[in-house]
Design a protein around this ligand. Sequence first.
Ligand code: SF4
Length: 322
Amino acid sequence: MADSRNRSGRHKTAEGQACRFVSVDVELANLCKNRCAMCPRGMITRPRGVMAESTVSALVRFLEGSRCLVTFSGMGDPLRHRGLPDVIARLRSAGHQTGVVVHPASLQNRIRGRTGMEHLLLNAPDSITVSFPSVRKEVFQKLFPDVSIESALEQVLILGKMSPSPVRVSGLLTALNPDETEEYRAFWKKYGISAWVSRCHSRGGNLGPGLVPGMDGKGPAKGGCSLFRFHSFVSWDGSLLACCHDLSGSTRMADIFTLSDYRSLESLKARLVACGAGLPFKLCSVCDEPLRNIRLPVLPVNGGRRERRKFFSGMAAFSRRR
Ligand code: SF4
């Protein structure tokens, strides 16, 4: 197949839109002790484990030169990885921005004599996002049965004071609280903590209408998925999956050991998008992830932090309109 790059080196899709390696979610572990109601982790059929040191090294090599945003999240708890502070340090010294998404209960769990929070702050990432699905007590407790809302709030406020980098919370509009956006934002404004609210979706058809408000699993609109174009996912064993919603590994495209670098993944993705009307994965055909149809300006080839900020503020504006 012909190389899909244009003269400026940007990988083009069938719709004339670039596939760019802007951000990557890294699943340091797909193990977790928490039991969030909206997490389908129990249905994972792909292998489970924690990222080995050799895989971390392969990741650092694979990302070299991309200066992308690396976020430790996925279907597991990043604080289950004993080497998290070292992984953050390695990626930051290689010029990447780093972010971690954590559960408030994990901040209190002890790891090698330290709490999760102390462990995280040993080498703080550039940003920390705490999952805090709702500020309504009854909703919070249904979604997060492992921690009280009072204790979770205390953890967020302590973290906000201690962390040298920004701390934000992420809320979730489920069938239990579809109208909470303004209340959620006003609550966190009082504490000076920035808040992001997104709509709960079925995570590849794995969550039902009891949690997901107004399911519309129709897959991406013509032109393919915007997340797929800009955002990548590396599982704990180094597999490059099309999406973090993949519980079975059926969207595996390659791995970070055999693919030479992130540019090869851009190229592979562009070819996959150019192959047909949508993405060739069954998972995508039932997808209701709101961000799949976001329309953003094409980023410059040598985009850095500024362009990424633009990209993510576009995402935030999109989610506010939902
Ligand atoms: S269409 Fe949905 S499942 Fe497929 S890559 Fe995009 S967000 Fe993931």
